[in-house]
Design a protein around this ligand. Structure first.
Ligand code: DMJ
Length: 429
């Protein structure tokens, strides 16, 4: 077992913890017991490296919380809370907006060097803590976790937003935006996701999250959503008013998110959001269908007559990302249109053909080449997300029902807090 990941601060077993709930769900009982034994005996928290607050939260805390909720095994609850406590120094900033990196040894924090020369926190990072931190408070009785994320919400609620949009970089010192770049892909993505999911996880009591989500979505639609000459709907990136007609693979989760949120929109917008979700998901499928491997590139453009294809080899790779099949799963649950299972099956076949290796699955360097070009890495989110969403796509709707569970941005299911409103428990799958 190696630590391997630079973002993990010396924690080992990222793949084990990220895949616990997938193993459990798929009834791989022996493998699950082996993984649980590893968590009990070998998952040590007394490490001293520098960790990413965001990655440790979504993969480790999310993975442990889901494993606890699915099984009731105390070891997962206890380790999730202890690890959560180790993340708290990231919030020691003048605004309470956490910095991206926490030093497990010294308890100091810093921003990523690449984030506006180390001056900024990233929207998708500090905006994707809410679900897990509320559960940490619920399971520990310690209010500190909930207080931290409520403060983040307050800062974001009160700050001026250009055209109602949320830029990607914010100073944790001054609380001001550091530039005006907006993305529903990398750097922005899961912030929007956590707004609608906070609303759903609160059993539809967190009105603030609801309002912020629909307001943000309206601004995105007004300023970022476009239709290509060939009729493909996409979400562009916004740089202070200028658009990059580009969509990242990461942004393809938004079809699923918009579908998930459609039901609680104003009545006159519901059908519209369902259609928008279907169109975006169709575009993301096109990015797969237009490649030689039938897997999609990291980013695709809508420029000079070329649509839904990467325009540079540096953006032609596929690293086993989940976002496209994630949207198929949500659209399937919403519509039961068999096209989503067909598209999901195309992805399964392509993964088998181009990504399966002797030791597992690997990313590929060029989706436009049929010659094997493995990158020799199996990202942890392949087991946490890609395989889980595919499995759910071909399962009955009551397997982790969307009424009772929300998925964190790493696809770890967390129970809806029904006790707030109706007295129903979170339930087991
Ligand atoms: C995952 O770690 C999470 O989904 C995150 O929000 C962004 N993307 C990767 C997988 O692509």
């Amino acid at each position: 077992m190696r630590s391997g990941y630079t973002w993990a601060g010396g924690l080992s077993g990222a793949t084990v913890i990220d895949s616990l709930d997938t193993l459990y769900l798929m009834e791989l009982k022996e493998e699950f017991q082996e993984a649980k034994a590893w968590v009990e005996e070998s998952f040590h928290l007394n490490v001293s490296g520098e960790a990413s607050l965001f990655e440790v939260n979504i993969r480790y805390i999310g993975g442990l919380l889901s494993a606890f909720y699915l099984t009731g095994d105390e070891v997962f609850r206890i380790k999730a809370i202890k690890l959560g406590e180790k993340l708290l120094p990231a919030f020691d900033t003048p605004t309470g907006i956490p910095k991206g990196v926490v030093n497990f040894k010294s308890g100091s924090n810093r921003s990523w060097g690449w984030a506006m020369a180390g001056s900024s926190s990233i929207l998708a990072e500090f905006g994707s803590l809410h679900l897990e931190f509320l559960h940490l408070t619920q399971l520990s009785g310690n209010q500190v976790f909930a207080e931290k994320v409520r403060n983040i919400r307050k800062v974001l609620r009160e700050i001026d937003k250009p055209f109602g949009l949320y830029p990607n970089f914010l100073s944790p010192v001054s609380g001001n935006w550091m530039q005006h770049h907006v993305s529903v892909g990398g750097l922005g993505d899961s912030f929007y996701e956590y707004l609608i999911k906070s609303w759903l996880m609160s059993a539809k009591t967190d009105m603030e999250a609801k309002d912020m989500y629909y307001e943000a979505l309206e601004a995105i639609e007004t300023h970022l959503v476009n239709v290509s000459p060939g009729g493909l709907t996409y979400i562009a990136e916004w740089r202070g008013g200028i658009l990059d007609h580009k969509m990242g693979h990461l942004a393809c989760f938004s079809g699923g998110m918009i579908a998930l949120g459609a039901e609680d929109a104003k009545e006159e917008k519901r059908a519209h959001y369902r259609e928008l979700a279907a169109q975006i998901t169709k575009t993301c499928h096109e990015s797969y269908a237009r490649s030689d491997t039938k897997l999609g590139p990291e980013a695709f453009w809508f420029n000079s007559g070329r649509e839904a294809v990467a325009t540079q080899t540096s953006e032609s790779y596929y690293i086993l990302r989940p976002e496209v099949v994630e949207s198929y799963m949500y659209l399937w649950r919403q519509t039961h249109d068999p096209i989503y299972r067909e598209w999901g099956w195309e992805a399964v076949m392509a993964l088998e053909k181009y990504c399966r290796t002797e030791a597992g699955f690997s990313g590929i360097q060029d989706v436009y080449s049929k010659v094997p070009n493995h990158d020799n890495r199996q990202q942890t989110f392949f087991l946490a997300e890609t395989l889980k969403y595919l499995y759910l796509l071909f399962s009955e709707d009551d397997m982790l029902s969307l009424e009772d569970w929300v998925f964190n941005t790493e696809a770890h299911p967390l129970p809806v807090n029904h006790s707030d409103s109706s007295g129903r428990g979170g339930g087991r799958p």
